[in-house]
Design a protein around this ligand. Structure first.
Ligand code: 2RA
Length: 340
């Protein structure tokens, strides 16, 4: 006996990964429905060895379906999540719409699995921002051992975080660089992503930070501990898939780098690749398609009494979005619905 599962946004990067991961992890599916907007209606998507035809999100009846993984953006989520929730289908939403709602649990299963029991306030569970998910997986085991006071994080985020068009843009700009048209040669494109880095993701806020940076602060506080002080600089880099983060941590208590490495090695969802030699660390290219959050460059920060630096890399379409959503579905099934 398994679950009747819906994937809404099945033709997007994250929606397709959700289907891949549901199949890879052999999630107990009795029946699956894949939904898309009218403009993508009928598009075929793959689920394991099956090919499924997308149905119309606008007319779909969620009644009798156990859970719906949403990857449709905040605007569409606002329209369809309440409808699904009201029909008794638990929504696991990848957009930012509900993340900061006190009646909606924001969950990274390796970090705060107990929060799943709060799903029934709105019948909605929120998935965190991709740059937050991998970071809190790394921070939580260290916080449990030495209580984190402050985090300074710089991110190096791949273009797939902002969708399929951004992947095409990087590809086209890179090609244009080697085969410049007259127009391209004449103009200098300072804000191109190809061969560049851009310190701007999402919109600017009044205090000069960006909403992406604000999300990392707000979500870390909600998922781990509101007392943690965090400041972030989120940067877009010319990488197709895989977010990287340089994380500086100040603890209440001293934590030796070797003990930190041992703790991380034993922590759920983490793979430590950390040798002080050429290639003794992980790069984003190596994380693509993997479930793990990779940690390298673990070392004391000697400028602080209780400081540590780490390098954190993960597939932003997987742990940063689709995998975390499927893990929440597994948690919901195991702890609450208990059908599978
Ligand atoms: C990005 N975190 O990387 C944002 C949304 N996925 O663009």
């Amino acid at each position: 006996m398994g679950y009747r599962v819906v994937v809404a946004g099945a033709t997007g990067n994250v929606g397709r990964e959700m289907l891949n991961i549901l199949a890879e992890r052999q999630f107990p599916v009795d029946e699956i429905a894949v939904l898309a907007s009218r403009r993508s209606l009928g598009t075929e998507v793959t689920f394991g060895d099956k090919t499924l035809k997308t149905q119309d999100l606008d007319t779909f009846d969620f009644t009798g379906w156990d859970m719906a993984l949403f990857a449709i953006g905040s605007d569409a989520t606002k329209q369809y999540a309440p409808k699904a929730a009201k029909a008794g289908c638990v929504v696991i939403d990848n957009s930012s719409l509900y993340r900061y709602d006190r009646d909606v649990p924001l969950i990274v299963p390796e970090v705060n699995p107990e929060a799943v029991h709060g799903y029934d306030k709105k019948n909605i569970i929120a998935n965190p921002n991709c740059s937050t998910a991998q970071m809190v997986v790394a921070l939580k085991p260290l916080h449990d051992r030495a209580k984190i006071k402050r985090v300074v994080v710089s991110t190096y985020q791949s273009v797939s975080g902002s969708g399929k068009d951004a992947i095409d843009e990087l590809w086209d700009q890179t090609k244009a660089h080697y085969n410049p048209t007259d127009d391209y040669q004449r103009k200098v494109y300072p804000k191109d992503i190809a061969f560049n880095v851009i310190p701007h993701i999402d919109v600017f806020l009044d205090d000069g930070s960006t909403k992406e940076e604000w999300k990392m602060v707000a979500e870390t506080k909600k998922i781990i501990d509101p007392s943690i002080k965090l400041t972030a600089t989120c940067v877009r880099v010319p990488v197709f898939v895989g977010h990287s983060e340089a994380i500086n941590i100040e603890f209440e208590d001293f934590l030796d780098e070797d003990e930190a490495r041992d703790i991380l090695r034993e922590a759920p969802g983490i793979m430590v690749i950390d040798k002080r030699e050429d290639g003794g660390y992980v790069t984003p290219k190596e994380c693509v398609g993997d479930f793990a959050t990779f940690i390298s460059r673990i070392r004391q920060d000697s400028t602080l009494d209780n400081g540590l630096n780490i390098w954190c890399v993960s597939d932003n379409l997987r742990k940063g979005a689709a995998l975390n959503a499927v893990q929440i579905a597994e948690l919901l099934g195991r702890e609450v619905l208990k059908k599978g």
